[in-house]
Design a protein. Structure first.
Length: 216
């Protein structure tokens, strides 16, 4: 995401703080909000724009001016009612992109119905991430795009090295699309079929988790 975008993080538990710190570390403009004074004081060590407010209260939310933010991340998982209310209020205020944390699939379904643009299940996503990395040794990192498709960074198999993408038959044999190649400090976006795969390359691919696992 662009550093010029305005972000608001509602809820400063471990999940909310990790997102806020990452955004702040990358130079983003971030508003951090929680009703717990201890969480607010802790976050104040890392971010300059931190405030105390009840995000389930419409008047408190209105005072925050959330409609001025490009992305509002509602990082409340334990209090289902507060998460739902905050999502509803944010959407009613006109926030275009509301990302909400859910604790389980039931919460996810409800949050989607009340207007959340994206719902994340941190524990489930992390579990999938760890399990996949354990059973697929050549996966460096991956991001789930949906229940089926994933974008991943992988090391090239030995038989792919020193031959072109076309000759490697990655797409035909493994049903994977190479969307970029990380090479040293450079990134080759949409590499041509004639691009030669080098030993230390990192391939950025899109495919199903099952197909990606077969590349190990």
């Amino acid at each position: 995401m662009s550093k010029n975008k305005q972000f608001a993080i509602l809820g400063l538990g471990r999940f909310g703080q990790s997102i806020a710190k990452t955004l702040v570390d990358n130079g983003c403009d971030v508003l951090c909000v929680d009703k717990n004074i201890d969480a607010v004081n802790e976050m104040s060590k890392y971010a300059s724009n931190v405030t105390r407010a009840d995000v389930a209260d419409v008047h408190a939310m209105s005072a925050l001016g959330l409609n001025n933010f490009d992305v509002v991340i509602i990082a409340i998982g334990e209090n289902m009612e507060a998460g739902i209310m905050a999502t509803l209020i944010a959407k009613e205020m006109g926030v275009q992109n509301v990302i909400t944390k859910a604790k389980n699939e039931i919460q996810k379904s409800i949050l989607q119905k009340v207007g959340a643009d994206r719902v994340v299940l941190p524990e489930k996503d992390m579990g999938i991430r760890i399990a996949t990395s354990l059973i697929t040794s050549n996966i460096i990192d991956f991001i789930s795009l949906s229940d089926k498709f994933t974008i991943a960074e992988i090391e090239p198999r030995k038989e792919w090295i020193d031959i072109s993408l076309k000759k490697s038959n990655i797409r035909a044999e493994h049903r994977l699309n190479v969307v970029a190649i990380k090479r040293n400090n450079d990134i080759i976006v949409s590499p041509k079929a004639e691009e030669i795969i080098q030993k230390d390359d990192i391939l950025v691919i899109i495919g199903t988790i099952t197909d990606i696992q077969k590349t190990k």
